[in-house]
Design a binder for this molecule. Sequence first.
Ligand code: KMH
Ligand code: ZN
Length: 271
Amino acid sequence: MVTNPLIITCPVVGAELSKEDYPDLATTPEEIAESARGAVEAGASIVHLHVRDEEGKPTQRMDVFAEVTEKIRGRCECVIQYSTGGAVGTPLGQRCAPLKLKPDMATLSMGTMNFGPDIFENSETTIRAISKAIQENGVMPELEIFDYGMMDTVDRFLEKGFIPERFHVDFVLGVPGGMSGDIRNLVLLRERLRAGQTWTVGGLGRFQLPLSAHAIAMGGHVRVGIEDNIYYQKGALAQSNAQLVERVARIAEELDRTVASVKEAKEMLGL
Ligand code: KMH
Ligand code: ZN
């Protein structure tokens, strides 16, 4: 029997939210590590990491990434994936800074887009620079795909050797300015993948739950957490990252997918 355990990624805090949006947002290293531990206990095997400075503002400072990483590693085993996206407007040099800590994985966003009212800048020059830094540090990239044309960029960059042959793919759908979380979009995007390519889908806001369920049924993997969606149900805030992860783990079980252990996730991703 072919098994395909479900890899759950939890984006614990993100860079665009504040305590005004979500009062329980984890911002200190302790809080972020504790929220990550809860998510991992609930079934997440990958933690997608952004960190905050002493004032709770998003930062790409290496020392803060190091502290949070150490605290997470002290609490649980998991794959740690650093964001190189940072917050909208974070300069390129800062975005790459934490890669020197050689996390298990790091994100690589595949194009510039409107991101709500702002611009998330990922020019060809930027993507190539981040890709180079990722490779120089021996880190496994996760390509972040926010829109259909970004798949053409993936093909073109592969042909030119700007990105490595081995990567994981994450479709992030529902960002205002990117592709919506309509299931038809996911079906179109998945058709663009090479045979055997591992992929995850993360839905923003109201798209998180239906996209998670479809990804499980389609044999993909799921990203679920507060960075992408602060609600458990319409009008009701999620209690925690763990609560969102637990629901996905329950749905997976009903759909006959086991939830991947960290060891299984690493094997499947070639880490
Ligand atoms: N904060 C977004 C603008 C990533 O983590 O690499 C970008 C982002 C993607 O969150
Ligand atoms: Zn992120």
